[in-house]
Ligand binder design. Structure first.
Ligand code: G16
Length: 558
């Protein structure tokens, strides 16, 4: 846009007219209240076109506010059922949107009329000191949901309102973590992070994996449940690069079969049911002792592993906690072998949420690995992990990654190894930092991280599993008329509302040996989640049932 006053005023009027046209084409449905939740907006896809149009406006404002830095927009509802969809914004570093801007997204999404949208938009431009003359740059992508193309149209309508001042790049159908990678790589003007394309991601990930596996390959076969989602595409691509060193067998790859996405498969199914997907069970993929399987979720930003007990044949889950523990211990060992001294010593820490199994936290702390507990949501974990030199963060549901601080990377690059062992350890730490998607949790790169660690340790799944035994637990979804009446505090380990409910939960916990339970409203689904763990499965089930009853009673009374 021109800075000449008359021309600028005219261009501003043209912009507001274009926004008004888009807003009229994508009106907000009545009686719907949107919230930018744990991972952006998420609800039935039919309720989302107006949100997509408005999110586009905010993405452009954010890019212009940051002097043209590239912002990402991902259209996905991840683990949710297929009729849902969602949208979230990605900041220039590849991280989730700055939480201060989440309220602006919510405000725009809830404007009831075209006039109120124009007014809120104009206020935001002033209040956020956005110079509309700045350029803007956006990259966007979607998962495989059938509602995706129509929602992308609404999104593009929002970008087009700004005319030529916005540069847009459509990454197409891809995983959430690849979109985060592309955003981070686009903004890294040094070019050292990698090429800002899907192929650039594949090359970088595959090269690091090959370096780490070296002569340890070929590895044992791996069965991968892709949740019938976009992870199937990414897996096919990465297999082209590394299929000779790890035989990968993709399962549940029906990305175009209506209703198949996340249905009876995927990481959320496995974690919640604590069982194999029926498709994996019936085909007997894991029947050969020692065979590993893993499940992605619908947009491939989560992963959980599993295998069948070698003598009992029972299902054994290796979830986000098990990944965090193995990886943190392994990096702790590598750092020790690197023999970095004085100020150059690197500190490894772990970030978990209240869902982390009590046994995993005990295992880590008893081995002097510091553990931080934060609220659910990648944004909370990511920021807490940035406080460590090497911060390992995983939610129990399989969402996580490892962050190397810029100082830690510099220390490793500048290190003068004192022995071949320390030189190797430093080389491996640097290769792991390239393998790991440091923008966000990533099922594909986390899978290769796990495989590389297992290969280095010479472990089978059962060796990995042997570190500690999970406390029996149960996770339940409770549908309530209004989940907003449940307000949690203390990293979501306690409820402050409804008043009195926490005292009842405390009493229920006290009756059960090693009992622990908490309640929190979901930020991605219309439900309240109840978690319970105890010394035995029967007690964990009893505690969960008692707390579910308490939640339902207090919901009826409110
Ligand atoms: C999203 C978030 C995760 C969170 C999960 C469930 O995952 O990115 O951090 O654990 O939702 O959140 P809630 O319990 O609030 O519904 P995904 O994989 O669905 O994007």
């Amino acid at each position: 846009m021109s800075a000449e006053p008359g021309k600028a005023a005219h261009e501003h009027a043209v912009l507001l007219n274009a926004i008004a046209d888009g807003a009229n084409e994508y009106p907000k449905p009545e009686h719907v209240n949107y919230t930018y939740g744990t991972a952006g907006f998420r609800t039935l896809a039919t309720k989302l076109p107006s949100v997509l149009f408005r999110v586009a406006l905010l993405a452009v404002l954010r890019s212009k506010r940051l002097e043209g830095a590239t912002i990402g927009v991902m259209v996905t509802a991840s683990h949710n059922p297929e009729p849902d969809n969602g949208v979230k914004l990605v900041d220039p570093s590849g991280e989730m949107l700055d939480p201060n801007w989440e309220n602006h997204a919510t405000a725009l999404a809830n404007c009831p009329t075209t006039e109120s949208l124009i007014s809120t938009f104009t206020t935001l431009v002033t209040h956020l000191r956005v110079d509309l003359h700045q350029p803007a740059s956006i990259v966007y992508a979607r998962d495989t949901r059938p509602s995706g193309p129509d929602l992308i149209q609404a999104l593009e309508a929002g970008f087009k309102a700004f005319g030529a001042s916005v540069k847009i790049v459509d990454v197409g159908v891809t995983t959430t973590p690849i979109l985060h990678y592309v955003v981070k790589a686009t903004n890294d003007k040094s070019g050292s992070y990698g090429k800002p394309t899907v192929e650039g991601y594949m090359e970088k990930t595959a090269t690091a994996f090959k370096t780490l596996i070296g002569s340890k390959g070929p590895l044992a076969p791996l069965y991968v449940d892709c949740a019938n989602g976009v992870g199937a595409n990414a897996l096919t691509e990465i297999t082209k690069h590394i299929g000779d060193i790890i035989p990968i067998h993709p399962i549940n790859t029906a990305t175009t079969t209506p209703g198949a996405l996340n249905s009876q498969c995927g990481a959320d199914f496995v974690k919640t049911k604590q069982a194999l997907p029926p498709s994996v069970q019936s085909a007997g993929y894991l029947s050969k002792p020692g065979t590993r399987g893993c499940s992605y979720d619908g947009d491939a930003d989560r992963i959980v592993y599993y295998y069948l007990h070698e003598t009992k044949g029972t299902f054994r889950l290796l979830d986000g906690d098990k990944i965090a523990v193995m990886v943190a211990m392994f990096f702790g060992d590598l750092v020790a072998k690197a023999k970095l001294e004085g100020d150059n010593k690197l500190k490894v820490g772990v970030v978990q949420t209240a869902y982390a199994n009590g046994s995993s936290t005990k295992y880590l702390t008893s081995r002097n690995i510091p553990v931080t507990c934060v609220s659910t949501g990648v944004k909370h974990l990511h920021h807490a992990a940035q406080r460590y030199d090497i911060g390992v963060y995983f939610e129990a549901n399989g969402h996580g990654t490892v962050l190397f601080s810029p100082q830690a990377l510099q220390t490793l690059r500048d290190a003068q190894p004192t022995s071949p062992d320390s030189a190797n350890a430093i080389k491996h730490l640097l290769a792991f930092s390239d393998l790991i998607n440091q923008a966000v949790g990533d099922a594909v790169s986390d899978m290769l991280l796990v495989e590389a660690v297992l290969a280095h340790k010479g472990w089978r799944a059962s060796d990995w599993d042997a570190g500690y035994e999970d406390l029996p637990n149960r996770l339940v979804k409770v549908e309530v008329p209004d989940r907003s009446i449940f307000v949690a505090t203390d990293a979501e380990r306690k409820l402050v509302h409804p008043v009195g409910l926490q005292a009842e939960i405390d009493k229920a916990m006290a009756k059960v040996e090693m009992g622990r339970s908490f309640v929190r409203p979901s930020g991605t689904e219309d439900c309240v989640r109840v978690y319970a763990e105890a010394n035995s499965q029967v007690e964990a089930e009893t505690l969960a049932k008692t707390v579910v009853d308490l939640v339902e009673q207090s919901s009826q009374m409110s």
